[in-house]
Design a protein around this ligand. Structure first.
Ligand code: NAD
Length: 335
């Protein structure tokens, strides 16, 4: 199988590429990535020399370049991770989110239509279902979309465009909606890496608001396996929620990291102003993907321990990013 991975130099994309190259000898991979602040060749460390991997620097909004790259590569499947992904940034400046997450998706759709692509797996998110605080139950794949931030609204828009291409042009898409991912190669602007790096510097961890936001925490290697499962066994024009069924508040996560790193939660945590409009609870039903034979293998405690160890050992990877994204500032957003 020849798989074109758009946005494959980011956090989940690079973990997916690593999984493919390490576990599936019959797979050839093209990584096509703009290398924004979030995409780095360092994320593909040890893979770029592999003959089964090819890298092209390109923007998904550049229709001509994207079409040329996909034609040359003769992709059997496209997996799209390319996106602007940080909610704080979407609040400060939504424009790049609309450009990449909506217009970029439109470009991929147009190119896929012309190339008659056999399979387009697109990364959506649990955030498109919006805030389930005070709501009974969990969102299944048919739950209405009710996004709250410019980020999640741009992702929901991408989903709707994709569905329309399925209905109108018969596009063979699959949508994946993972919950909060964590693990190696996640940018230091995100909660868990940020917490670990601050603690490694002797700084207190920061929590937005009171930290009561509920999320599901999915280890990125489990996501990579889930995506391969969906890509090879999933149905066309289907949506798959992906979660670990490991629900915990932000406060619980930060406490666990602080304690695992031998620090004192009473002293080493500070509370800072929350994001405006922040969702208080995400929760999904994930029976559908379990029906394909996938299940999460990494429990939360084990995943956090592996992540702390990875960041502790790989300072070379995160050191150049620390100042750029104000990891050590106590007011993490709206700098
Ligand atoms: P990331 O920010 O780490 O990586 C995004 C990648 O896309 C980077 O390599 C970046 O260079 C590339 N990119 C951005 N704009 C581009 C453009 N215009 N053209 C080409 N490449 C571009 O993101 P991530 O956390 O790995 O998330 C990947 C996908 O999964 C996103 O679609 C995101 O919405 C979704 N998702 C993420 C999570 C999570 O917890 N991280 C959860 C659910 C869904």
């Amino acid at each position: 199988m020849r798989i074109a991975v758009l946005g494959g130099a980011g956090f989940i994309g690079s973990n997916f590429v690593r999984y493919l190259v390490s576990n599936h000898e019959d797979v050839q991979v093209l990584v096509y990535d703009k290398l924004t602040y979030a995409g780095r060749l360092e994320n593909l460390h040890g893979l770029l020399e592999n003959k089964r991997l090819k890298f092209i620097r390109g923007d998904i909004c550049n229709e001509e370049l994207l079409e040329h790259a996909l034609r040359e590569f003769q992709a059997d499947a496209i997996v799209n991770f390319a996106a602007e992904t940080h909610v704080d940034r979407s609040i400060n400046n939504p424009a790049p989110f609309l450009q990449t997450n909506i217009y970029g998706v439109f470009t991929i759709l147009e190119v896929s239509r012309r190339l008659d692509v056999n399979r387009l797996l697109h990364m959506s998110t649990d955030e498109v279902y919006g805030d389930l605080y005070g709501v009974e139950g969990e969102a299944d794949e048919k739950w209405p979309l009710n996004p709250s931030s410019p980020y999640s609204a741009s992702k929901a828009s991408g989903d709707l465009l994709i569905k329309s291409y399925g209905r109108t042009y018969g596009l063979k898409y699959i949508l994946a909606r993972p919950s909060n991912n964590y693990g190696p190669y996640q940018h230091p602007e995100k909660l868990i890496p940020r917490t670990i790096i601050r603690l490694l510097h002797g700084k207190p961890a920061t929590i937005y608001g009171d930290g009561s936001q509920v999320r599901d925490w999915l280890y990125v290697e489990d996501t990579a396996r889930a995506l391969y499962t969906i890509l090879t066994r999933g149905g066309y024009q289907e949506v798959y929620n992906i979660c670990a069924s490991e629900s915990a508040t932000v406060r619980e996560i930060v406490y666990r990291v602080v304690e695992s790193m031998g620090r004192d939660p009473a002293r080493d945590i500070v509370y800072v102003k929350g994001r405006p409009g922040e969702d208080r609870r995400y929760a999904m039903k994930c029976n559908k993907i379990l029906g394909l034979g996938w299940k999460p293998l990494v429990k939360l405690g084990e995943g956090l321990a592996k992540t702390i160890e990875w960041y502790t050992r790989n300072e070379w990877w995160w050191r150049p990013l620390v100042d750029e994204v104000y990891v050590l500032s106590d007011t993490p957003w709206r700098h």
